[in-house]
Design a protein around this ligand. Structure first.
Ligand SMILES: *Cc1c(COP(=O)(O)O)cnc(C)c1O
Length: 465
């Protein structure tokens, strides 16, 4: 077998990558022509690539490395668990200590009525679990027809067939036969892009009331659940107007529709509380978790389920599970992540230090001619780029072109800031310091300036008509 180390020259690594490695959400041929950036090491909030560049990771990997990179305790715990019990399953009347401990910790952290955890290997798997669990719940209660699930356009709930169908990404639905039947999508509460002349509050209410209209259209007796991210992440860090979630909650309660909060990004401190549901004032029946649960150090996800749902599901045999549900090494790593978050009081750091510093850094960019506004909730934020702030205009030309240009300038300035369409996305490790946020802001400003210059040079500073 080939032994591949970090010490091969970058071009060789890139050629091998292009020859054998298929990348998610990527046009492989384009990447092959360009060569993937090879990340070799990371510490704190900085990545190192194979050319020795030190890159500030303002995305925490994929929204997950909440504790920052290179915490030695995490590796020590994994090594200890691998020696003691590297694997055992929880299918056939067995259990193990890391799974027990993590389920208990999560029950303690979650809202009071959520006390039961079904583990998965990822957020996608957990949402597949949720889909089957809510349908099984109603079937066991004698209402098998109460099976439809309502989600939002531009939601992200994962990439498996089930979770990708729950998601509302049109470009994903265009491939591979999604969405599967029984899943419906209403409008998203994206005031910036879609709010028109409404006030944010009126728009938030109107978008929430689309849920009521959809329930009435389908018949409440046919609707099992509504699923939503407290703050949409991959959709562009879309923070709903304050009127939105209370109305969604009211409607779910009124029609006996279960509420699934997808906390895969919002959970574990991202919005300044343990869960985005607290930040948004939601009382869900199920929370989806992954990503920050282990700070990305090991793949693990799950569903935290209400006492009511658990009572119904536990009374039947739920024919569902994954080989790696509650994997002991991943569970031990997640447990250590939670221990460090508590011991170092990362939530207080977010609320009192990091989030205010990030907000003030972003407010400092708000005057930039390209930046439409600053959206921020805790440590997740977005900067919609626009040729005209007052009208919230989109750029002429293909959506995402300007965002992509800006992302490339970020990379050139040793900064990872992602783009969703023409929105720049920020979600750094929660442990980031004010000094590091200053480094972020300087590099972001350079990238924005370079993008602005490009647009002027290429005569692309035009609004769509
Ligand atoms: C990333 C994400 C998922 C999917 O998680 P995976 O671990 O990639 O399967 C689900 N929901 C939300 C909100 C996410 O951001």
């Amino acid at each position: 077998m080939a032994s591949i180390t970090n010490h091969l020259p970058t071009a060789e690594l890139q050629a091998l990558d292009a020859a054998h490695h298929m990348h998610p959400f990527t046009t492989g041929d384009e990447l092959a022509a360009k060569g993937a950036r090879v990340i070799t090491r990371a510490k704190g909030v900085f990545l190192t690539d194979s050319e020795g560049n030190e890159i500030l990771d303002a995305m925490a990997g994929l929204w997950c490395v909440n504790l920052g990179y290179g915490r030695p305790e995490m590796g020590e715990v994994a090594q200890r668990q691998m020696s003691e019990l590297p694997y055992y399953n929880t299918f056939f009347q067995t259990t193990h200590v890391p799974g027990i401990a993590l389920a208990k910790s999560l029950a303690d952290l979650a809202p009071t009525h959520l006390n039961h955890v079904f583990f998965a290997g990822s957020g996608s798997e957990a949402n597949d679990t949720n889909l089957r669990m809510v349908r099984t719940y109603w079937a066991e209660k004698g209402q098998p027809e109460k099976s439809h699930v309502i989600s939002r356009k531009n939601a992200y709930h994962g990439s498996s067939v089930g979770s990708g169908s729950l998601g509302g990404m049109a470009y994903m639905h265009a491939q591979g036969g999604m969405p599967i039947p029984g899943i419906h999508h209403i409008g998203q509460p994206d005031w910036w892009a879609e709010g028109g002349d409404h006030t944010p509050d009126a728009f938030g209410l109107a978008r929430a009331q689309e849920l009521e209209a959809k329930i009435l259209e389908l018949g409440a007796e046919n609707v099992a659940a509504f699923i939503g991210e407290p703050v949409q992440g991959a959709g562009g860090v879309i923070i709903p107007p304050s009127t939105y979630w209370p109305e969604i909650q009211r409607i779910c309660t009124k029609y006996d529709v279960l509420l699934i909060a997808d906390e895969v990004i919002c959970g574990f401190g991202r919005t300044g509380n343990w869960f985005g549901s607290e930040t948004m004032g939601i009382t869900p029946d199920i929370m989806t978790i992954a990503k920050g649960l282990s700070s990305g150090y090991a793949p693990i996800g799950g569903s935290i389920v209400s006492d009511d749902i658990a009572a119904v599901i536990n009374a039947c045999e739920f024919n569902h599970g994954y080989t790696y549900s509650g994997h002991p090494v991943c569970a031990a790593v997640a447990q250590e992540n939670l221990r460090i978050m508590q011991e170092e009081d990362i939530l207080t750091h977010v609320r009192e230090v990091a989030a205010p510093a990030l907000k003030s850094a972003l407010d400092g960019l708000a005057d930039h001619p390209l930046v439409g506004t600053v959206n921020i909730s805790g440590m997740m934020a977005s900067l919609p780029l626009t040729p005209h702030k007052e009208s919230r205009a989109k750029f002429a030309g293909d959506a995402g072109t300007v965002g992509y240009m800006c992302r490339e300038h970020c990379f050139a300035n040793n900064l990872v800031m992602r783009h969703v369409g023409d929105r720049m996305i920020i979600s750094p490790p929660l442990v980031i310091t004010p000094e590091e946020i200053e480094v972020f802001a300087n590099r972001a400003k350079k990238a924005l300036d370079a993008t602005y210059k490009d647009l002027k040079d290429k005569d692309m500073l035009k609004a769509a008509s």
